[in-house]
Design a binder for this molecule. Structure first.
Ligand code: PLP
Length: 375
């Protein structure tokens, strides 16, 4: 059998085993424990003045951010269309209405011009949006200089969905810190993992404390169970935090390895007709969570789907870029502002295997197979 190459696999080469055994040893395996506190503090120290609350997923962190902003029935929330459904689903959980915004070509993330047009149009229609969800897709930061200026101008809070962008930055400012709230995901295939897990980030200390309270079923501190509002079971457990802390301590190494994988692809694909990618705009730093490329069929003579199928036959896993949410059957009635940018990216894009332990031999094998597609 041909050696399989996965898209993105977790690597446990730090203190994961020790920390998990320690957590078991202390019997702290639920939603209170030393590893939760240590992991939160370690992320906080890496971000500076921002506060951190660990959650059981990135999706729950987005849900709590929207809840804390006060999104409720009938409220409109502007959301990047080119993303995973988890960016928008929590809007629906709260009875809100997602309005989708197209991307721009330099970061593949929310287009500031379309964002402003959409805000003006919603205001004209008598419905000012209550929040903006911006995503740092595949690790590339969005155009926050412009987006934050627009958000401030119209006084609309921003949630930064940095689920894929832990360790990415603009001019040294970390992704996750640009909005009123930021979100990380530690799902199984992310740059670091806790199995499933996430984090909510904010400069607002009270909001982060409130999110911790809401995440444990809004239980009041009292001698017996008292609940004054409806909460959620959204806190991370101490076992996951033990894995997460060990993973986070190796984050710089993991990012360097992912960036190296991307750089190798760039070099190996150099001169291949019809292959392109996005480069980091000046001052931008991407963790290159996944190595993403566009295949222009009219220049290459084959499509992204041809690449996917050819590699699949060789036991190599690839993936389409995100299918824009305004094209999803479940959101078919949602309003969309944009041209064809995200649709174009989706129709051409492919994520190549990007694990941090991907060997040069494996990368050469992948690129050799693509090279043969030209003949
Ligand atoms: C852009 C984006 N947003 C949100 C999420 C949701 O994170 P989680 O799977 O931890 O709930 C993910 C990843 O899964 C994601 O890629």
């Amino acid at each position: 059998m041909l050696k399989p190459i996965p898209l993105s696999t977790p690597i446990f080469d730090g203190n994961e085993n020790d920390f998990v055994l320690q957590a078991i040893g202390t019997k702290q395996i639920s939603t209170a424990g030393d590893f939760i506190n240590d992991f939160e503090k370690t992320i906080k120290n890496s971000l500076g003045k921002y506060n951190v609350a660990l959650k059981n997923s990135g999706t729950s962190a987005i849900h709590l951010a929207l809840r804390l902003i006060g999104i409720g029935a009938g409220d409109e929330v502007l959301c990047q269309s080119f993303t995973f459904c988890a960016s928008a689903n929590p809007i629906i959980y709260l009875g809100g209405t997602p309005i989708f915004i197209d991307s721009e070509p330099t970061t593949w993330n929310m287009c500031p011009d379309i964002l402003e047009d959409a805000i003006l149009d919603r205001i004209k229609k008598g419905k000012k949006p209550k929040a903006i969800i911006v995503v740092d897709l595949f690790g590339m930061p969005a155009r926050f200089e412009e987006i934050l200026e627009i958000a401030q101008k119209y006084d609309i809070p921003v949630i930064e969905d940095a689920a894929e962008a832990l360790g990415s930055s603009i001019e040294g400012r970390e992704c996750g810190t640009f909005g009123e709230f930021g979100v990380f995901s530690f799902n199984g295939n992310k740059i670091i993992t806790t199995g499933s897990g996430g984090a909510l980030i904010s400069a607002n200390f009270e909001a982060i404390e409130k999110s911790k309270y809401l995440a444990v079923q809004a239980r009041e501190i009292y001698k017996y169970y008292v609940h004054k509002e409806i909460g959620f079971n959204y806190r991370m457990n101490n076992m996951s935090a033990a894995i997460g802390l060990a993973q986070f301590l190796n984050l710089d190494k993991k990012i360097a390895l992912r960036r190296k994988v991307f750089e190798n692809y760039q070099n190996l694909l150099n001169g291949f007709d019809g292959f392109s990618t996005i480069l980091e705009p000046n001052g931008y730093f991407s963790n290159r969570w996944l190595s993403t490329f566009l295949v222009n069929q009219s220049e290459a003579g084959f499509s992204n789907e041809d690449v996917r199928l050819t590699l699949l036959k060789e036991n190599i896993e690839t993936r389409y870029l995100w299918n824009p949410l305004h094209l999803q059957p479940v959101f078919k009635d949602a309003t969309f502002y944009g041209g064809g940018a995200s649709e174009d990216l989706f129709s051409k894009g492919i994520c190549l295997p990007s694990s941090e332990n991907l060997s040069m031999d494996d990368q050469e094998r992948i690129i050799g197979i693509i090279k043969r597609m030209y003949t």
